[in-house]
Design a binder for this molecule. Structure first.
Ligand SMILES: *[C@@H]1O[C@H](CO)[C@@H](O)[C@H](O)[C@H]1NC(C)=O
Ligand SMILES: [Zn+2]
Length: 470
């Protein structure tokens, strides 16, 4: 083993030292680090500074990779469209696997195409530290959402390798399959499965896309799910990871507005979604007089306003609700709607408060149906996920890393959800946000500067290094 930069681990110590100093003599972590560093752990501050300067991001290559990956798209630049298991998705995956290989990572894939690139630590039997995100992109979106957390993670590994760092726990980069729900209507498909969702395993046996192509068939076309219909092989064994950290653009305007480089996520809001349908008798818009109508469209309109009312009743700015889909049947100007279809999204960082909103929506839907003489023919809660809290140790590591790198940072909540929401079910979790232009996301104008990305990669690298020694 050659140690070109033996002083590197010292900078990681401020993170662990409170734990270590009490048991210096017997603490194995201390010993590992001293062996590695060749210096006692309380060496002078100058070593920290030197090591930090060794963390250099190859900004140019990283930007080039972001641009190259964006070219795997079914719509013209600057937009990006990359849908699960399409030819472009398969090519983009190959691109990532190749980069992982170039960084010396050993690459494996599971039955749905979650991709793992592993850098073995010198205690590879310990639970590893993982990082990663997604590269699928909804139609006509941008090139940074998710991508920064995959290409940035590979670059964070490169940064550590160039600095001479050697991990204790293994480090893994994960590319999650289908964070976006575009093709099969299921968001965070890969991470939900990793987190052990039996419900999803069952659902995937019969899930089809809009062209009636089955999930399993589509997966097989991309050479996944080969001879199995049961995808529970994807589930992570408990204790696989000691920590998971995701780097992501903020997808909101706060960091940019406040001139802050790094957002340290403390919690991810709990999302839920509801599908429902009202049915009435419809009829001719001229012939049926008002007292004789049961208008499914008006029931939907009334419920949409009730959703807003129930959300506002929570009294918290963190409670949100949206009727994003409202469809009327038959959809003709001279026909009373006989059917209406609504899809409602509601979120909160407080699960109980969010659940109260769901109950109230359900109550209102039933009441409106009775009052208007329509039938509530469907009320289905599609998902009702709990919020996720970032873990204290990981928050501490991200904060320490930002401080040591002299980057302005703040604690914040993620109101969008990410693969981290599901990874939190099987691993302690943390997220690092970087600013993005005007908070734009899911459109071609999405942009993060090379400098902001490089800052995020540095914080990620240092955080991974700390957690690897922890
Ligand atoms: C979808 O495909 C299945 C099996 O191939 C078939 O039985 C079913 O009728 C199809 N449904 C539609 C709506 O085309
Ligand atoms: Zn994303």
């Amino acid at each position: 083993m050659t140690l070109r930069f033996p002083q590197f681990p010292l900078l990681l110590l401020c993170f662990c030292c409170s734990v270590i100093i009490a048991h210096r003599d017997e603490d194995p972590v201390t010993k590992t680090m001293e062996d590695f560093s060749g210096y006692p752990i309380d060496e002078p501050h100058s070593f920290f500074q030197k090591s930090l300067s060794l963390l250099s991001v190859d900004t140019e290559s990283l930007q080039k990779e972001i641009d190259e990956l964006a070219a795997f798209s079914d719509t013209p630049a600057p937009s990006v469209t990359r849908i699960l298991y399409t030819e472009k998705d398969v090519l983009a995956r190959r691109y990532i696997k190749n980069l992982m290989g170039l960084s010396g990572l050993s690459v494996r894939e599971d039955a749905v195409g979650n991709i793992f690139g592993r850098w073995d630590g010198h205690e590879p039997e310990l639970p590893a530290v993982a990082t990663g995100s997604h590269i699928d992109a909804i139609p006509y979106s941008g090139k940074y959402d998710g991508v920064v957390g995959v290409l940035g993670a590979i670059e964070a590994i490169n940064v550590l390798q160039r600095s001479g760092f050697r991990p204790r726990r293994s480090l893994e980069v994960i590319l999650f399959t289908s964070e976006e729900p575009t093709r099969f209507g299921i968001s965070c498909l890969g991470s939900r499965l990793l987190a052990g969702s039996e419900v999803l395993v069952e659902a995937l046996k019969t899930t089809v896309d809009a062209q009636n192509r089955s999930f399993l068939d589509a997966a097989r076309s991309a050479e996944y799910a080969k001879d199995q219909d049961d995808l529970s092989s994807v589930f992570l064994k408990k204790g696989t990871y000691s920590a998971f950290v995701e780097l992501h653009i903020e997808q909101g305007p706060l960091l940019e507005e406040e001139g802050i480089s790094i957002g340290i996520v403390t919690a991810i809001a709990a999302p839920a979604s509801i599908k429902l349908e009202f049915e009435g008798n419809g009829g001719h818009a001229g012939a049926v007089l008002m007292p004789h109508r049961n208008d499914a469209g008006l029931a939907a309109a009334e419920l949409a306003l009730a959703v807003e009312k129930h959300v506002l009743e929570s009294g918290s700015i963190d409670t949100v609700g949206t009727v994003g889909i409202l469809e009327l049947h038959p959809g003709a100007i001279n026909s009373i709607p006989s059917k209406s279809h609504l899809e409602i999204d509601t979120r909160d960082i407080d699960e109980q408060r969010r659940n109260i909103v769901i109950e109230k929506i359900q109550h209102s839907a039933s009441k409106i149906a009775i009052d208007r003489g329509v039938r509530l023919s469907e009320f289905k809660i599609i998902n009702q996920d709990p919020p996720a809290l970032a873990e204290k140790t990981i928050i501490g590591a991200m904060e320490a890393a930002s401080k040591e790198l002299n980057l302005k940072h703040k604690l914040m909540i993620s109101r969008a959800y990410h693969d981290s929401l599901f990874m939190a079910r099987v691993s302690p979790m943390g997220m690092i946000f970087i600013p993005c232009y005007k908070g734009y996301s899911h459109k071609p104008e999405e942009y993060a500067s090379s400098q902001d990305i490089a800052n995020g990669v540095k914080v990620l690298a240092l955080t991974l290094a700390k957690l690897s020694l922890h």
